[in-house]
Unconditional design. Structure first.
Length: 154
């Protein structure tokens, strides 16, 4: 699975202003709820439940909040670059400035894992992360993400 199958241009956010992890997840959750026409409280509960198991702060300034949500027909992802890094209680204790939010249907087992793997390939690539942080527009950010797909295929 590639990022281009998970993300579309409208699911990319640049310059997101958030002060706390909770505020960030609430803000992104509301955005996703609006896009997918699902209950925002269900998204908040889904993400909070996963965070209680352990932080989804992946490291290298990246977080991958995710969960399984009834009512979805497929895997959905959104990516946000924050205006300022926030404390996310990440495994490496580094503040987070890039967030990939992912939601899947409850019965999406393999697809859920493949989507997480596609996102984590980007999250582990320091050169790609540097380019994402340096992208001056949503167009440039999207181009870097799609370029990451092309590198994975090559």
């Amino acid at each position: 699975m590639q990022l281009s199958t998970l993300l579309d241009f409208d699911s990319i956010r640049i310059g997101v202003a958030a002060r706390t992890k909770r505020g960030l997840l609430n803000q992104l959750g509301l955005d996703v709820a609006h896009r997918l026409a699902v209950d925002p409280d269900a998204i908040q509960q889904c993400l909070a439940s996963r965070e209680r198991l352990g932080s989804t702060g992946f490291g290298n300034g990246v977080a991958i909040p995710h969960g399984k949500l009834a009512g979805l027909t497929g895997v959905y992802a959104m990516v946000a670059r924050l205006a300022e890094p926030i404390d996310y209680k990440s495994v490496d204790e580094a503040p987070v400035d890039i967030v990939f939010l992912m939601l899947s249907p409850p019965d999406s087992g393999a697809d859920h894992l493949k989507a997480l793997a596609a996102i984590s390939r980007v999250a582990r690539n320091s050169a790609t992360l540097e380019k994402l942080r340096g992208a001056r527009s949503r167009d440039a950010f999207a181009a870097v993400l799609m370029g990451a797909d092309e590198r994975d295929v090559a």
